[in-house]
Design a protein around this ligand. Structure first.
Ligand SMILES: C[S@@+](CC[C@H](N)C(=O)[O-])C[C@H]1O[C@@H](n2cnc3c(N)ncnc32)[C@H](O)[C@@H]1O
Length: 391
């Protein structure tokens, strides 16, 4: 493995639509050679930056450390090139391992087969060097090895994060369709919220958008709830460097009494949201109440609203159109002075909001292609607000 302090290329993976946001986050952390690639950002950094990226990047799913690459079009080439690598210098034989493989446009067509072959080669390597071999743990391995074969070139990386970074650790209860924490943070960052104006989510479900907004406002590192990352199991793990980075993160937290509030029509959902807010220790920063959107009165002074309304999987098309129309009516009636952002995969229903969007950002929620649309609601009736959007 490269020496701990040498800058090397690292890869941060993300959701389609958040690449630029993640690139900005990495640049702020001090990353060099930042480049947007497909659902990921490549950058150059040392182990300090690798640890910091795991702790601080709100829109990264995982941070990979590429080890080496080789041509691989046959089983033998794959096996030998994995076997020849000094894995025993990277982790201990009593660490559990898992192999994540992706194959595209290559002689290999089955990722599961590739994972098996790589696992066998690593196990044989350890057996030849130590007389014993690491065990596999698919669910919760100490060491994750990432294999990407594209056009018969095999890239081998170590996954420094382990469990996906979207699992912050504060979600003790789900909602009806909770957003990924990474997507929620991305929406708040994309909205350009200045951390001073009121922030509201009146369809808050389990509270993910509110919690991510509060973490941003207070400059709390999103990884600060997590107990472990995969890099802690690497032989070159520098525990005192990690401790310094954690201590510095606590010192960077800010006091901010900006108003952050959410509501939901379902009392049960708000109970769950409250549990999550308490788990994130944000109960002093986030107000929650039960109630329908059409009677929600946002605080005076304007601000930013983000909602993730139901998309129509649970509602008939007629009902969803009426529902989105009613959202638009409430916006016009109650939300003057607000930048209202809506994320939805229902492009047809979005047309019935009846306000002209000032931004339309394509983004994915899991497999669902969505639009994240901004409606600036002015006081009085600006005629051009009420035209149909061209999606
Ligand atoms: C897709 S979920 C939101 C998930 C949320 N972003 C999260 O991360 O948990 C939509 C939410 O809208 C709420 N909802 C539906 N109709 C509503 C209405 N008329 N007023 C307020 N909330 C409503 C549902 O109860 C549900 O919790």
């Amino acid at each position: 493995m490269n020496s701990t302090q040498q800058p090397q290329t690292l890869i941060a993976k993300t959701i389609a639509g958040l690449e630029e946001t993640l690139a900005d986050e990495l640049t702020l952390l001090g990353a060099k050679d930042v480049k947007v690639i497909t659902r990921a950002v490549s950058f150059s950094g040392d182990n300090k930056l690798l640890y910091e990226a795991n702790l601080w990047c709100r829109t990264a799913l995982r941070i990979l450390k590429p080890l080496y690459a080789f041509p691989a079009s046959t089983n033998d080439q794959l096996y030998q090139n994995i076997f020849n690598y000094p894995w025993e210098e990277i982790f201990q034989v009593d660490n559990t391992i898992a192999i994540d493989s992706v194959v595209n446009d290559s002689s290999f067509t089955h990722s599961h087969f590739v994972s098996q072959k790589v696992k066998d080669a690593i196990a044989d390597r350890f057996r030849s060097k130590t007389g014993t071999r690491p065990s596999v743990d698919i669910e919760n391995p100490d060491i994750r090895i990432n294999i990407h074969i594209y056009r018969d070139v095999c890239d081998v990386s170590l996954d420094s994060s382990g469990e996906s970074l979207h699992k912050r650790g504060y979600r003790v209860a789900g909602g009806l369709a909770p957003l990924s924490e990474v997507l929620a943070a991305g929406l708040v960052l994309l909205s350009g919220w200045d951390k001073q104006r009121n922030f509201i989510d009146p369809m808050c479900g389990s509270g993910t958008i509110l919690i991510e907004a509060a973490l941003i406002a207070l400059n709390i590192a999103p990884g600060s709830f997590k107990k472990s990352f995969s890099f802690m199991n690497w032989k070159d793990y520098d525990a005192s460097l990690w401790q310094q980075i954690k201590t510095a993160a606590i010192e960077k937290q800010k006091i901010n009494d900006v108003y952050i509030s959410g509501s939901d029509i379902e009392a049960r959902v708000i109970r769950n949201a409250r549990g999550n807010v308490i788990a994130a220790n944000l109960q002093k920063n986030i107000n929650l109440l039960v109630g329908p959107f059409d009677t929600f009165k946002p605080p005076a002074g304007g601000g930013v609203m983000i909602i993730n309304p139901p998309y129509g999987e649970r509602l008939e098309q007629e009902d969803i159109v009426a529902f989105y129309k009613s959202i638009g009516d409430s916006l016009k009636k109650n939300f003057a002075g607000y930048d209202a952002w809506i994320i939805s995969s229902d492009m047809n229903a979005l047309k019935f909001i009846g306000l002209k969007p000032t931004r339309k950002i394509p983004i994915f929620n899991g497999p669902l292609e969505c639009r994240f649309m901004k409606f600036s609601v002015y006081a009085g009736s600006k005629k051009d607000q009420y035209t149909q959007p061209n999606l």
